[in-house]
Design a protein around this ligand. Structure first.
Ligand SMILES: Nc1ncnc2c1ncn2[C@@H]1O[C@H](COP(=O)(O)OP(=O)(O)O)[C@@H](O)[C@H]1O
Ligand SMILES: Nc1ccn([C@@H]2O[C@H](COP(=O)(O)OP(=O)(O)O)[C@@H](O)[C@H]2O)c(=O)n1
Length: 230
């Protein structure tokens, strides 16, 4: 069967990667978490003195951008892909609140987006890929055969992220997470380059009141519909 490209975009913490990862595993496609790439650039910036307080030394980051190599490798024990920054596993480090609170300003920078989008397009050139993020259906793969735009209320999203961090032993207050979710949504929707928006041909999914199993089933049905009509 001919492989297609699947783009899943939407707001922070609504379940994009959960559904994208599950679908990719079931249909034997590659899964790429594009947000992890912006998070890795942010971690690099934190660790290499590119932040001065909240200010970003953009000239310095511009000089270093070619030294930032991001890749994904499957963890054979969990079966989940993990993020590597210059050969080091940073999967846990990129999920902290510190990175979450600094990632959206980094993701507004045109030269950062250019570098990430080029890598993402390279990863998807053979199709057979599910990628999630903010601009996948609009900028990275505008010709994707299946585009989904996911949303849920900010409170529900913050609760999901709160529960996730708690399960990983990170005690972060609900209010701090809610604030971060809202702030990132605002920056992501209002930036100049590739702002977060639903592609005209994307299907909208509000999963506020869906279980993971229900949303997984919905996505599998959309995939079946597209491949059967091809
Ligand atoms: N429909 C759902 N109901 C409840 N929890 C969900 C649902 N979808 C995802 N989650 C949980 O919400 C958290 C955020 O999901 P994630 O897939 O990481 O979101 P995103 O990729 O959009 O940031 C995860 O802990 C995930 O298990
Ligand atoms: N394609 C993408 C993916 C993420 N991002 C940025 O990276 C941040 C982190 O993305 P993420 O998908 O890991 O965020 P969560 O929703 O998982 O918290 C987003 O808030 C955006 O600022 C982006 O600009 N473009």
């Amino acid at each position: 069967m001919k492989k297609i490209t699947i783009a899943i975009d939407g707001f922070s913490s609504c379940g994009k990667s959960t559904m994208a990862k599950d679908l990719a595993r079931e249909i034997g496609y590659i899964y790429i978490d594009s947000g992890a790439m912006y998070r890795a650039v942010t971690l690099y910036s934190i660790e290499n003195g590119i932040f001065r307080g909240n200010r970003i030394d953009t000239e310095k980051l511009k000089k270093h951008i070619k030294d930032i190599h991001i890749s994904f490798r499957l963890n054979s024990a969990t079966g989940c892909p993990e993020t590597y920054l210059n050969g080091v596993n940073v999967e846990n480090k990129i999920r902290t609140m510190e990175v979450s609170s600094r990632v959206s300003p980094i993701a507004t920078l045109d030269f950062v987006r250019e570098a990430m989008v080029a890598q993402q397009q390279e990863m998807g050139k053979a199709k057979g890929i599910v990628m999630d993020g903010r601009d996948i259906g609009t900028t990275v793969f505008p010709d994707a055969e299946l585009k989904i735009f996911v949303t849920a209320t900010p409170e529900i999203r913050a609760q999901r992220r709160h529960d996730e961090l708690k399960a990983k032993g990170q005690e972060v207050g609900f209010d701090e997470i809610l604030e971060n979710v809202k702030q990132r949504d605002h920056i992501d929707q209002n930036r100049e380059v590739s702002p977060l928006r639903k592609a005209d041909d994307a299907l909208l999914l509000d999963n506020s009141h869906l279980t993971i199993a229900q949303q997984k089933k919905w996505l599998a049905e959309q995939f079946e519909r597209i491949v059967q009509n091809k």
